[in-house]
Design a protein around this ligand. Structure first.
Ligand code: ZN
Length: 373
């Protein structure tokens, strides 16, 4: 009889008399293993509600989990406590560890020389060896600061998973997905199951995001030891639309999509419905134009989310409030789908205003530097 096991794990105390903790739900104990977490940037609530719906689906028939599923319904209790002027601010640590979804330790290069003697020719046996070694490496990560301890604790539950789905959202956005180019078929399945509007394929995004920390060790080890190293983890960042897109209709649809995908991978028993036809675009991450504000002022959009725009088209205008109707046009540098926008019309220089999914790689988008702020 399979059932859900829930544990609460404390983070280190950083302020006297204040203790924060992480809740972790687990179903089953076999393989394949899937790990899902929501709101690593704490002020991104759509994934929290989607996982509530997924937990209800799983609780209704926990025996159907034939692998293992780990669910972290809120991945950032530190960020959830960062409340200022009426807003929860969860993207950056108020302490010194920075963006909660950057500088997540990637362990591949550290691991590679340690495994030279133990790896053989059997990819499956190698996967077991690598997972055990990854668990040991994560157990040795620094945990002195609370932000470091949080990253290490989350990784300790995901680093040996076959599937890692890190659920975020943007300011205003269509549902989109960041996934590895060399696991395109799996990414396209997840995109179809989630009715994703923009699948962004990457192979060297940079930034050391959470998904990369889980999947990149396998690629690094393959570079060192060749094809006998399987790509043992599919990890991705799923962006569940915009921060305000929190309602039960969308969350139920998203949970059903996640459930179907897990069934398709054999984590949950049963035959999933046929794969929905893909709805959105599939583009290289280097083809995503990230428009930034050239100055400070008031932003007005000329194009709505979901618009198909052409190169050179005016997406928004920046109004200089020190002058009278002085407007600076902000133009797309590619042809494609406008899939994110800013929420706040008051913008600062350099602030991201919009993302446009284009098919052609852009000169200014350099591999290794594709994720900023
Ligand atoms: Zn995020």
């Amino acid at each position: 009889m399979n059932s859900r096991h829930t544990v609460t794990i404390d983070l280190p105390i950083v302020a006297a008399c204040n203790r924060r903790s992480l809740l972790i739900h687990r179903y089953g104990s076999g393989r394949p293993k899937a790990y899902l977490q929501a709101a690593l940037h704490a002020d991104e609530a759509p994934g929290m509600l989607a996982l509530q719906h997924l937990l209800v689906l799983l609780d209704a028939a926990p025996d159907r989990v034939q692998g293992e599923i780990v669910i972290v319904p809120f991945a950032n209790p530190i960020g959830l406590s960062q409340f200022l002027n009426g807003y929860t601010l969860g993207r950056y640590d108020f302490d010194v560890t920075g963006n909660f979804n950057r500088a997540v330790p990637a362990l591949g290069e550290r691991l590679a020389p340690l495994l030279a003697e133990s790896l053989g020719d059997d990819p499956q046996a190698n996967a077991d060896i690598i997972r055990a070694a990854l668990r040991r490496q994560v157990a040795a990560l620094p945990t002195l600061r609370e932000g470091e301890a949080l990253k290490a604790l989350l990784l300790s539950h995901s680093i040996d998973a076959d599937y890692v789905i890190d659920i975020h959202c943007d300011h205003e956005a269509l549902l989109h997905l960041y996934a590895p180019r060399d696991q395109r078929a799996l990414a396209q399945q997840l995109a179809a199951d989630m009715h994703c509007m923009a699948l962004l394929l990457e192979d060297d995004p940079g930034g050391e995001a959470y998904d990369q920390a889980n999947s990149s060790p396998w690629r690094v080890l393959r570079q060192h030891y060749g094809e006998r190293i399987p790509l043992g983890c599919f990890a991705c960042t799923l962006e569940l639309r915009g921060q305000g897109d929190v309602n039960d209709t969308l969350a139920a649809q998203d949970a059903t999509g996640l459930y179907r995908f897990l069934q398709r991978q054999g984590v949950i028993a049963g035959t999933p419905e046929a794969l929905p036809p893909p709805q959105g675009v599939c583009v290289p991450l280097e083809g995503v134009d990230v428009l930034r504000s050239p100055g400070a002022g008031l932003l007005v959009y000329h194009q709505a989310l979901g618009a198909q725009v052409s190169e050179g088209e005016i997406i928004a205008e920046l109004i200089d409030l020190h002058r009278i109707n002085h407007r600076t046009p902000i133009r797309s540098r590619t042809e494609g789908l406008l899939f994110t926008q800013a929420r706040d019309p008051l913008v600062r220089p350099g602030q991201s205003l919009a993302k446009i999914a284009g098919v052609h790689p852009l000169d200014y988008r350099q591999p290794g530097k594709l994720l900023q702020d």
